[in-house]
Design a protein around this ligand. Structure first.
Ligand code: PLP
Length: 409
């Protein structure tokens, strides 16, 4: 048998690494387990979305089109127009439904990367670091190499793009950017987008903007979207720009597998061609429920309010002991821990699990060593996805754990 050699380059997922870290650990039986590890929404799915699914079972009798139904694309288009105050994207040529943003982030690289167009070695996919692991796998399996641009805490976790050498930029064919960011929660501003657009104009790479956390935010103003930034900067056809969004977090339906891509019509056209062969059309039931979900904002506001209340209670508690602050958006706290007696992120996660039965994710598992550092090292990610009571209990235990560490110092 032969296999695709690039498969051997895939790294275990952070949760597999965590399982190994905890393999010989015995959690304290005095405590019930609480996980802040996985970034999976846990607020309940709205009833009207469940009902829309069962009401549309008739859809099972036909093959769906890869381009999706007119109704779904129209619903997404009007959501985008309202949410981002932009002209409604053309539902026929600028929008495509996808089965969650994860598969689209992955598949997009297959559509964009052209190894033959790169004279000086493999093409590069520029990834933030820390980052969502799919970007790295997408790079390897498309025949590209990931190039990691380290998050700089002094720049609200944006990388210093200006420090990247010209020889690297010339090889970049695709750039992933995540705003609001996982795990940092940082949101790009108009200046950040301007810089990225100028680099894309100069070097010709495609920007894939992963915006699946866009609806969970804590400040008055909603996070700026990439297409919105493009419009504000007069880039009305979205040259070399595609955004990816999803219902998973917005509507608490990670199991629905429903998202969309939108932006430049030429990219969408090629992506549709690729997807037709890949066989990734969305089930008609899911399309119908998704169209309804995108057209309702009440449940989104209620969901956001829950996160706002939760973060308002938890962040000040953790601020007493951890280097942490309210993020711009998303549902993570990205905390530095090494001020506590020099403890590492893995040691922190392991001992917290053993002593207080709370799971958090070591930051180094979400990043790669690049340019001499792992920018996730000495940080932990806490996903505040459970209901507030459970998160409060977890925060109390984390505070007690950190105080134990301080006492031991
Ligand atoms: C940064 C980021 N992008 C994309 C996804 C994929 O989400 P989905 O496929 O549910 O849309 C996730 C999921 O956790 C994520 O954290």
């Amino acid at each position: 048998m032969t296999f695709n050699p690039f498969l051997a380059r895939l790294q275990p997922y952070p949760f597999e690494k965590l399982k190994r870290l905890f393999a010989d650990s015995q959690p304290n039986p005095a405590y019930a387990p609480i996980s802040l590890g996985i970034g999976e929404p846990k607020h309940p799915t709205p009833e009207f979305i469940k009902q829309a699914l069962t009401a549309n079972m008739g859809g099972l009798a036909s093959y769906p089109a890869t381009a999706g139904s007119d109704a779904l694309r129209a619903s997404i288009s009007s959501w985008m127009a309202k949410r981002y105050a932009i002209p409604a994207p053309d539902a026929a040529s600028q929008i495509l439904p996808v089965n969650g943003s994860r598969e689209a982030l992955f598949a997009l690289a297959q559509t964009i990367i052209n190894p033959q167009a790169c004279q000086d070695g493999s093409p590069l996919i520029l990834c933030p670091n820390p980052f969502y692991q799919i970007y790295e796998g997408a790079a390897y399996l498309s025949g590209a190499e990931p190039y990691f641009a380290n998050a700089d805490p002094a720049r609200n976790f944006a990388p210093d793009y200006q420090s990247i050498p010209e020889s690297v930029w010339k090889r970049v064919q695709l750039l992933y950017v995540c705003s609001p960011g996982n795990p940092t929660g940082a949101v790009l501003n108009l200046e950040d987008w301007k810089e990225l657009f100028e680099l894309s104009d100069r070097y010709g790479f495609v920007i894939a903007a992963d915006e699946c956390y866009s609806e969970i935010y804590f400040k008055e103003e909603a996070p700026l979207g990439s297409l919105q930034a493009a419009q504000l900067l007069g880039r009305s056809d979205y040259p070399r720009l595609i955004t990816l969004s999803s219902l998973s977090k917005r509507s608490n339906v990670p199991g629905l597998r429903s998202g969309f891509v939108a932006g430049n019509a030429e990219i969408i056209k090629k992506f549709l061609l690729y997807r037709t062969y890949h066989g990734s059309a969305m089930s008609p039931m899911i399309q119908a429920a998704s169209a309804i979900a995108w057209s309702d904002e009440t449940h989104v506001q209620e969901n956001r309010d829950k996160y706002i209340r939760k973060f308002a209670q938890i962040t000040p508690m953790l601020e007493q002991v951890l280097d942490v602050k309210l993020p711009d958006a998303a549902f993570y706290l990205w905390a530095k821990v090494d001020h506590l007696n020099g403890i590492s992120d893995t040691e922190f996660a392991k001992r917290l699990y053993e002593q207080y039965h709370v799971t958090v994710l070591p930051g180094s598992y979400l990043a790669r060593e690049a340019h001499g550092v792992n920018p996730g090292q000495n940080r932990i990610r806490m996903a505040l996805v459970a209901e507030v009571e459970e998160c409060l209990e977890a925060a109390e235990r984390i505070v007690a754990f950190c105080k134990d560490l301080q006492k031991a110092a």
